[in-house]
Design a protein around this ligand. Sequence first.
Ligand SMILES: Nc1ncnc2c1ncn2[C@@H]1O[C@H](COP(=O)(O)OP(=O)(O)OP(=O)(O)O)[C@@H](O)[C@H]1O
Ligand code: SF4
Ligand SMILES: [Mg+2]
Length: 388
Amino acid sequence: MTEPHLKKPLLELKNLRSYFKFHGVEPSKYLDQKFLEYFQARPSYEPTEFEKQAREDYWSVGREKLIIDGYDYTYEQNEILIKAVDGASVTLHGNESLSIVGETGCGKTSLLFSVMNFPLPHHSYKAGEINYYPTDDNVPVNLLPLSDKEMEKYRGIHFGLIPQLPKESLNPWITVGFQSGEILLERLSMRQEKIKEKVIEFLGKVAIPDPSISMEKYVNQLSGGEAQRVCIAMALLGDPRILLADEPLASLDTIIQATVIHLLLELKKEMKFSYVFATHNIGAAGQLGDVMAVMYGGEIIEIRPTKEFFEDEPLHPYSKGLLHATPWYALRKNQPLKEIPGELPKPYDWPTGCKFHPRCPSATAVCKRSKPPRIQLDNSFVECFLYA
Ligand SMILES: Nc1ncnc2c1ncn2[C@@H]1O[C@H](COP(=O)(O)OP(=O)(O)OP(=O)(O)O)[C@@H](O)[C@H]1O
Ligand code: SF4
Ligand SMILES: [Mg+2]
């Protein structure tokens, strides 16, 4: 029988091993026999420097909330296949914020919508896995095979979605209050008086003026910023564990953008959810995310903690290009603004090998031929031959 004082370390070791296995890494490469002996032989558990380092390197152990693994999403239009998401893999941890950045059409919305697992549009296909951890017992549910009915217990309650176009997503025929409360009535069967109370509370949380009056308004009576905040309130009303925010700043002026950024950070602290924030705006991504994920041509080509991304520079040549093409960064570094050369290829006609090779200043022959592998460097991942 396991000694009680060894239960915790052994569980941690087990988690660490399953984490390696899950990611297709041979555990013994990192966890040598010595590590095992430490756990089993010592009477009281005090991690050694080696163990501390191992745990720091694999800080994600046991904290996963959502693992998107080799996910593909393809649309077919006029017999042309568009791979909007191409083998994307990324992990969101509990209470973490993940910013996904990339140019228009790189697949941000397609990826976020895939987590909601909405019924597929005509002629579209998906593959891979989206594993969600509804509880802390480390048992994931792969969302993709679930039916629409089965997904209902997750949508709005486990996952809240802030859509990219707030005004277009709200129903123009019913009041803001009524549509905000629908989720509480339909999924959580709450009583009318309680629903009204909660809607007023949440409209207040997102700083909608006079919530009890504003809830009687229709969408055309809201400003763009107010509509955005109503969508944030609606996404949060079901008390989700993961908030999926798709360009929540796009239709706002810079002052309101700052207010919404502040609001999201405060709400995250108060409500303790994790979120994924998709945007073109690399500066906002840095303010809102603990971790940055960069997408290009439907692929996630870099994942890097935000601090390292901005302070030590990104790793992938495309991510570097994005950062150096940002006016505030050029100003901060006292450097001229640099454009990424070339154009974004058509979504149905990506180049072979590394999709970025026609625009990459460091491209070599192998980049044109083969797809770069995913390399792990400390807490970052990068898909580029420069690091292979
Ligand atoms: N319903 C659809 N049918 C066909 N193609 C689609 C559909 N929705 C998206 N696409 C294509 O999939 C690719 C990814 O689109 P997506 O909207 O996910 O990108 P995005 O990164 O969110 O872009 P943006 O920054 O402009 O919002 C694009 O090439 C787009 O044209
Ligand atoms: S794999 Fe090659 S082409 Fe692609 S980003 Fe790296 S160096 Fe550039
Ligand atoms: Mg989008």
